[in-house]
Design a protein around this ligand. Structure first.
Ligand SMILES: C[S@@+](CC[C@H](N)C(=O)[O-])C[C@H]1O[C@@H](n2cnc3c(N)ncnc32)[C@H](O)[C@@H]1O
Length: 273
């Protein structure tokens, strides 16, 4: 019975958030949302979701905290290094043929993957030909992303990732250490544009040659995954490249036949129609 009441409460909460703030979490994986809500309830000493709902609807700061709890996720530079290695091997040759290309990082969080891509493109001499659009639903994480400053304590792990990803230099050349921070070279930001964009409620805003959307759709239920994959498909040029996270796939969609996998092990696909 408790569980049934909670299911009703969570539906009401998400409906309320949608109507009050315009963020639509109704098709996110329910266990994931429930965990985040319980965390927030504990922090705010609320015993039931209904009590918590009152806080969220009446206090925008409380909603901002909830939103942040959904956005501050595990992310890393050169996360899953095999993805970047495959990108170097299978996508870079195609990009070399193009005078100019646009990349979209959808759901970029605090920007680690965007700076990783910029470093990769600099090293292969293609950065000057690109424009990187990096978006997330949450402006707070984008602010952090724009700074290009990451914790110094993470650099050891990122160096390992970078080398496994086929990095060509001494990784520490890309940043300056200052106190507890690693400040990445400002030239990496030159062709980056950060903007708020919600994959659930916003439309396509350009045509891209590469779209990277990693570890975002794992939080969506199947029907929302299909909707978002459609948005990405519509935003990608023919011969464009789609990159997903290791737990994400196009297999169950009717677009499967529109893409060719570039490698058997990494989620990189070329749109051919
Ligand atoms: C786990 S992080 C992934 C970050 C990065 N792509 C990576 O793989 O390391 C998921 C990100 O997706 C964002 N996100 C979740 N739902 C979204 C939506 N509807 N539209 C845009 N971004 C969303 C979150 O704010 C969060 O920053």
């Amino acid at each position: 019975m408790e569980r049934e009441v909670e299911t009703i409460e969570i539906q009401l909460l998400l409906e309320g958030i949608y109507r009050r703030y315009g963020y639509d979490f109704r098709d996110y994986v329910s266990d994931y949302i429930l965990r985040r809500v319980h965390d927030q309830m504990e922090r705010q000493n609320r015993n039931t979701i209904s009590e918590y709902q009152s806080n969220v609807l009446h206090q925008p700061a409380c909603f901002a905290e909830f939103l942040l709890s959904l956005s501050i996720q595990v992310t890393a530079m050169f996360r899953n290094p095999g993805f970047y290695l495959a990108f170097r091997q299978h996508v870079v040759p195609q990009l070399r043929e193009m005078p100019f290309f646009r990349i979209w990082h959808a759901g970029c969080s605090t920007g680690e993957e965007v700076f990783s891509m910029a470093i990769l493109l600099k090293e292969v001499g293609l950065y000057d030909r690109c424009r990187i659009y990096a978006t997330d639903m949450n402006e707070a994480v984008l602010e952090q992303a724009t700074s290009g400053i990451f914790p110094l304590a993470s650099m050891q792990a990122y160096t390992t990732n970078y080398l496994q990803a086929g990095g060509l230099r001494d990784f520490s050349q890309w940043y300056t250490a200052q106190y507890n921070h690693a400040i990445f070279h400002p030239s990496l930001k030159q062709n980056m544009v950060f903007a708020q964009h919600n994959l659930v409620t916003d439309r396509s805003f350009n045509e891209f040659h590469v779209i990277i959307c990693r570890n975002v759709m794992i939080y969506f239920n199947k029907s929302l995954q299909i909707r978002v994959l459609n948005l990405l498909y519509e935003s990608l040029s023919v011969q464009g490249i789609l990159g997903l996270g290791s737990g994400e796939t196009i297999h169950f969609t009717n677009q499967e036949s529109c893409y060719t996998p570039l490698t058997p092990t990494v989620q990189l696909y070329r749109k051919w129609r």
